[in-house]
Design a protein around this ligand. Sequence first.
Ligand code: COA
Length: 263
Amino acid sequence: MLTMTLENVLTAVENKVLTITVNRPDKLNALNAKTIEELHETLIEAENDKEIRAIILTGSGAKSFVAGADIAEFANFNIEQGKSLSATGHFKLFNFIENYSKPIIAAVNGFALGGGLELAMACHMRVASDNAKMGLPETSLGVIPGYGGTQRLAQLVGKGKAFEMITTADMINAQDAYKWGLVNYVVTPEELLTKCKEIAAKITSRSPVAVKTAIKVINAGFNNKYNGYDVEIEEFGKMFGTADFKEGVKAFLEKRKPSFNGN
Ligand code: COA
């Protein structure tokens, strides 16, 4: 399956689901440039692997999902380097995940702060363990969220709560995150991966081409270059030319489970 040797990222494939673990536990899995590059490379390889139909993204250890961008790495950056840090992150990881062709579920197993919460928010859905703490503390460091947090937090929890979380830099607990729609489920730490795998297992039984198209069309509605309804009409039409559609409908009429091949 996946062939790369990685320093800060672990991978495991089971039942068509790839689990990616950010693995810098001594730094609470903070995202340095190498980790972002390795996550990017892993995702590129998984994109081309037809055996992988869904992804779970989590952090190593019991304490932290990802505690943010690596503060030590950007401490002496100038304006240009700051801009490039943000742009590279958007391009290689955060927008890349949001627009990925296979659903990515964030298993938030502890601190998801700054770039860590931004990473979870770029994923298509989030499940949190009940010990998780989430926040965008950047204003406490004299910066703002730079990996999509100003946009995605407002999309997920609404503008008012996003203004509060970003300007106070406060953390919220998993129950509040659930209440605000920031996470889909809250479970115990022991149940976290099981719950994510349950969701992923359903996804792997659906048409990969339909799932990929659904991600594209949902995202179109949040991109002001597009009219989401127009994109939906176009893409809905295209589905009728796919082998998965023919198989799905045939299986329904024959009262059997479909066997999709993603074409
Ligand atoms: N960047 C770089 N290193 C980080 C980090 C980050 N975002 N978050 C944690 N670490 C490192 C710490 O520096 C420490 O390293 P050290 O042992 O070499 O000194 C190690 O991870 C453990 O963190 P520590 O602060 O000792 O753990 P804690 O339990 O006392 O506190 C947090 C946990 C999450 C509250 C605290 O680490 C923290 O506030 N991290 C920064 C969060 C943040 O502001 N993120 C947004 C960045 S834009």
